[in-house]
Design a binder for this molecule. Structure first.
Ligand code: F6P
Length: 320
């Protein structure tokens, strides 16, 4: 394979730039040419394509976001949009495409593979950690660390005022950001889409901790479970304490990627190029037990994410 294309799609995630750099550098070092497609599939449909050289990715690993920019592209759901995307690939002689994104982006890649035989390789870039075939997605570690820092700041001020702090984090339908942040910050309750919850029990638990001498409480809410605002409203009706709600929002999606995400981006990027270089496509790459793995893209997108009940049990066992 002589020419590959590269795009980032869906919500950006810290570590995407490290993956872009790894794809570009390792492809050029293996004798290939690389074209960057800006704004994800939207740029592919609209022919927003740039050649990339080694210098074009210099110094980007430490930066959040994606230098290629990204978009959520509804046209890719239509056959006509996909035909235009393929026409752009043909125009530049691009034989293989690396797609960095989440499950929606992989669906786009899957269609290009199934309908047009384009060789695609997917790198899991999303803060949500909602893909079953990989232990971690690119950006998850950074997003959780950003949440942990923000929650730590909140806990300082909430303790000073003896308040109950309700914090909403992202994750779409997946509770992993909330679960990991909850364990790491010593939350009193973590509300997840994967586990049923009862607000009266949450309130009763907070009361119990106050009787034991606790002066501050943290309730972490995954956006897929209930909104933080609604949770705070319900708790206000059940508890006599000052309850404040904060939503971390898009802050958790930006910022300097952690070491884990930079290394993961590098490893996944290099493997993507290795696969395309040996003429293998229609795969997604992930990490399992700290080894880089790859899987059929169609199989990977059909898998349902399983909930880490052992980790949830850990959370429960260390809660007061
Ligand atoms: O998929 C990443 C994510 O940040 C989700 O956690 C969140 O639900 C969604 O994207 C927000 O999307 P947008 O930035 O388009 O509002």
């Amino acid at each position: 394979m002589k020419r590959i294309g590269l795009l980032t799609s869906g919500g950006d995630a810290p570590g995407m730039n490290a993956a872009i750099r790894a794809v570009v550098r390792s492809a050029i070092n293996s004798g290939m040419e690389v074209f960057g497609i800006r704004r994800g599939y939207a740029g592919l449909i609209e022919d927003d394509v740039i050649p990339m050289d080694k210098m074009s990715v210099s110094g980007i690993s430490a930066r959040g976001g994606t230098i290629l920019r990204t978009a959520r592209c509804l046209e890719m759901l239509e056959k006509e949009g996909r035909e235009r995307a393929v026409a752009t690939l043909k125009k530049y002689g691009i034989e293989g495409l690396v797609v960095i994104g989440g499950d929606g982006s992989f669906h786009g890649a899957k269609c290009l593979t199934e309908e047009f035989g384009i060789l695609t390789v997917g790198i899991p870039g999303t803060i949500d950690n909602d893909l079953e075939y990989t232990d971690f997605t690119l950006g998850f570690d950074s997003a959780v660390n950003t949440c942990i820092n923000a929650i730590g700041n909140l806990q300082d001020t909430m303790l000073s005022h003896e308040r109950v702090c309700v914090v909403e984090v992202m994750g779409r339908r997946c509770g992993d950001i909330a679960l990991y942040a909850g364990i790491a910050t010593g939350a009193d309750a973590v509300l997840l889409p994967e586990e049923p919850f009862d607000m009266k029990k949450v309130a009763a638990h907070i009361e119990e901790t106050r009787k034991m001498g606790k002066l501050v409480n943290t309730v972490i809410v995954a956006e897929g479970a209930i909104t933080g605002e609604e949770c705070a409203k319900q708790l206000k009706g059940l508890l006599p304490y000052d309850i404040r709600f904060n939503c971390i929002g898009h802050i958790q999606r930006g910022g300097t990627p952690t070491m884990a995400d930079r290394i993961l981006g590098a490893r996944l990027g290099v493997r993507a190029v290795e696969l395309l270089g040996s003429g293998v496509g229609n795969r997604v790459i992930g990490i399992r037990k700290n080894a880089v793995v790859d899987m059929d893209i169609i199989e990977a997108v059909s898998l349902q994410k399983t909930f880490d009940s052992a980790l949830y049990n850990t959370l429960q066992m260390i809660t007061m």
